[in-house]
Design a protein around this ligand. Structure first.
Ligand SMILES: *Cc1c(COP(=O)(O)O)cnc(C)c1O
Length: 406
């Protein structure tokens, strides 16, 4: 190895040592998911099967028979990859069908697929905020990194409004010139606290002050609304949003991201967004799997009902055991720990002693002092799974001298 290379590696290593010293270094669990056995998975580090409690495959659609058979059929029919970027031979029939389905799901004229939800936020906000002259983006303080990076990339003026605070948002809108383009960027279900935005009030403000609305429904699509169209669908507000953005990788159980909006907006992003144009399209089998998942969830209430019932059961069991968890109206159950080292220790003990896998959520994903175990129970967790988890948490809470919930 050359001297220069060693110096560079020293730099990388020092930065990593810094992460390790403050407890924010990320350790990956090496899992082997086993279709048909979700939420169980084989944990290679532990050499045993564990129960997964922190998956964003919220409804278990990643093992759903109709999704798997659509993917097998498409793989056999069309082969492995798309064959190119969307513009250069990569647009397969499945992509077009999926975009039509997504537009219909959200009651919009059009939709546009991306290789991930991250990319859809980054590319869409990055493109429209950059290209509309004097555009100002009003961004919720708790927005996801993909929106933040897209806004940053656009170099447009950004104003961060207090999380879910319509008064702060209105004061900022009021202070801006009437004729500059404005985009309000926010989420429906926030992934770490599980709280939900006041979507209707934000749409009212957008109308009053002439702003566009950009709603990230990543943690809601598939899960909320009569057809799985998200919280906007559930509240009858889909038509009031300029853009609804979602993922195919969480509730829908596959991978990919999208926006749904007007035909002009989607065509604009299709035509100007570098992150859309210059990247190989998703494999047709992915589009086929996502399409099967969406169609299934549009027609079936079963997964959503069982999901909500499991969430309610877990919350009640935690309450009985005195385990403090953040109250919210969604399916995300944050068990509050409040200390990075302790959070990791609890996670390690849950895994090694009880076979329950919950990734600790520490800074910088959440603020210091709010470290937590973020639990996402799903329709495939049994009552016995939940009872067993809560008993394990209760045992650890007592053993570690942790405060019980009031
Ligand atoms: C996960 C996530 C994304 C990114 O979606 P992917 O499909 O995983 O890239 C976007 N927004 C929010 C709020 C997320 O939690």
């Amino acid at each position: 190895m050359t001297g220069a290379a060693t110096t560079y590696d020293d730099y990388f290593q020092r930065a990593l040592d810094g992460l390790k010293a403050d407890g924010s270094y990320r350790h990956f669990a090496e899992l082997e998911r086993q279709a048909g056995r979700f939420p169980k998975a084989y944990h290679h580090g532990m050499g045993r099967e564990v129960t997964v409690w922190c998956s964003n495959d919220y409804l278990g659609m990643g093992q759903h028979p109709s999704v798997l058979s659509a993917m097998h059929a498409s793989l056999d029919h069309s082969g492995a990859g798309a064959g190119g970027t969307r513009n250069i031979s990569g647009t397969n029939h499945e992509h077009v069908e999926l975009e039509r389905e997504l537009a219909d799901l959200h009651g919009k004229e059009a939709a546009l697929l991306f290789n991930s939800g991250y990319l859809s936020n980054w590319a869409t906000l990055g493109t429209i905020a950059a290209r509309m002259k004097d555009c100002v983006v009003l961004s919720d303080a708790a927005n996801h990194a993909s929106m933040i990076e897209g806004i940053r990339h656009s170099r447009a003026e950004k104003q961060i409004f207090r999380h879910n605070d319509v008064a702060d948002l209105e004061a900022r809108l009021k202070a801006l010139p009437r004729d500059v383009p404005k985009i309000i960027a926010f989420e429906s279900v926030y992934s770490m606290d599980g709280d939900i935005a006041p979507i209707e009030e934000i749409c009212d403000l957008a109308d009053r002050y002439g702003a566009m609305t950009y709603l990230d429904e990543v943690h809601a699509v598939g899960l909320y609304g009569h057809q799985g169209g998200g919280v906007a669908e559930q509240r009858g507000l889909s038509h009031r949003l300029s853009v609804i953005e979602g993922t195919l990788g969480k509730g829908f159980g596959v991978v990919g991201g999208y926006i749904a909006g007007s035909a002009a907006l989607c065509d604009f992003v299709r035509s100007f967004a570098s992150g859309f144009i210059f990247s190989t399209a998703l494999p047709p089998m992915i589009a086929a799997g996502a399409l099967a998942s969406i169609r299934h969830l549009r027609g079936s209430q079963d997964e959503r009902e069982r999901h909500q019932a499991r969430v309610a059961y877990l919350r009640a069991a935690l309450d009985r055991a005195g385990i403090p968890h953040m109250d919210n109206p969604s399916h995300i159950v944050p068990v509050m720990v409040g200390d990075a080292t302790r959070c990791r220790a609890l996670s390690d003990l849950l895994l090694s002693r009880f076979g329950h896998y919950i990734q600790p959520i520490n800074y910088p994903t959440v603020a210091r002092g709010t470290e937590r175990l973020r639990i996402t129970p799903g329709p495939l967790h049994s009552t016995a799974d939940i009872d067993d988890l809560v008993a394990a948490l209760a045992a650890l809470w007592q053993e570690q001298g942790m405060a019980a919930a009031a």
